[in-house]
Ligand binder design. Structure first.
Ligand code: DX5
Ligand code: ZN
Length: 230
């Protein structure tokens, strides 16, 4: 587990008429990654952003672009997102019958590969793919919309994934996404999360700097216990 908890604001909640300014703002406020929620209206009941927006974000920020693909048949679109400038691409375990093929393709494209678990998906499903990933994303809301409430029942899952990663000895980030705030983020950091996605709690606050500082302070406080877990 890395020392520093990384914060990844999700542009789903940003003012997209001012994407460039929004990204510069959160970058200056100390954001570590930019999270991009891609929705296809099939895997989730909402449609959001595609490669065009990833490319626009790429022109505006040098932060890693962390692309969360909530889409069916992700394989078809991996090259497009890679070319658009994604640094990390995460596919849902539930969205493809050929997960390993998708993960291998992401790495072949020179990107970091992530696997995402819906709230109902047990962590045991990771057993045969951990060696294929650089990141595991545990969703703590049902995918499809920002601004939902954190599901505390996901905490044991986060802890179990943390233990699984540590036991494996592999270098894999553990990211948590959904309902993260200064109140909920410390709980998931204590459970072992390395990366926190935050939509509403960052972009919903007019003062992004204050919002990121609050998340940073809350997760720093939670860190000693997380470090103690190794
Ligand atoms: C949910 C998305 C999340 C969402 C998080 O489908 O994967 O990344 O944007 O938004 P908040 O932080 O508002 O719950
Ligand atoms: Zn997301």
């Amino acid at each position: 587990m890395q020392n520093k908890v990384r914060i990844a604001p999700s542009i789903l909640a940003a003012d997209l008429t001012r994407l460039g300014e929004e990204l510069r703002d959160v970058e200056q406020a100390g954001a570590d990654w930019i999270h991009v929620d891609v929705m296809d209206g099939r895997f989730v009941p909402n449609i959001s952003l595609g490669p065009v927006v990833v490319a626009a974000a790429r022109r505006t920020t040098s932060l890693p672009l962390d692309v969360h693909l909530m889409i069916e048949e992700p394989y078809k679109y991996l090259t497009a997102f890679a070319n658009a400038g994604a640094d990390i691409m995460s596919v849902h375990l539930e969205a493809t019958t050929h997960l390993k093929r998708n993960l291998a393709e992401i790495r072949r494209l020179g990107k970091r590969a992530g696997v995402v678990l819906n709230p109902h998906t047990p962590e045991e499903a990771l057993r045969y793919v951990l060696e294929d990933v650089d990141l595991v994303l545990v969703l703590t809301v049902n995918p499809g919309f920002g601004g939902q409430s954190f599901m505390p029942s996901m905490l044991p899952k986060i802890q179990a994934v943390r233990e699984m990663i540590d036991r494996s000895g592999l270098v894999v980030d553990l990211e948590v996404d959904g309902g993260m705030s200064p109140e909920t983020a410390p709980l998931v950091v204590q459970a072992g999360a390395d990366v926190i996605v935050a939509g509403e709690s960052v972009f919903g606050n007019h003062n992004h700097n204050e919002a990121i500082s609050a998340l940073r302070a809350a997760t720093e406080l939670a860190r000693p216990r997380a470090q103690g877990m190794k």
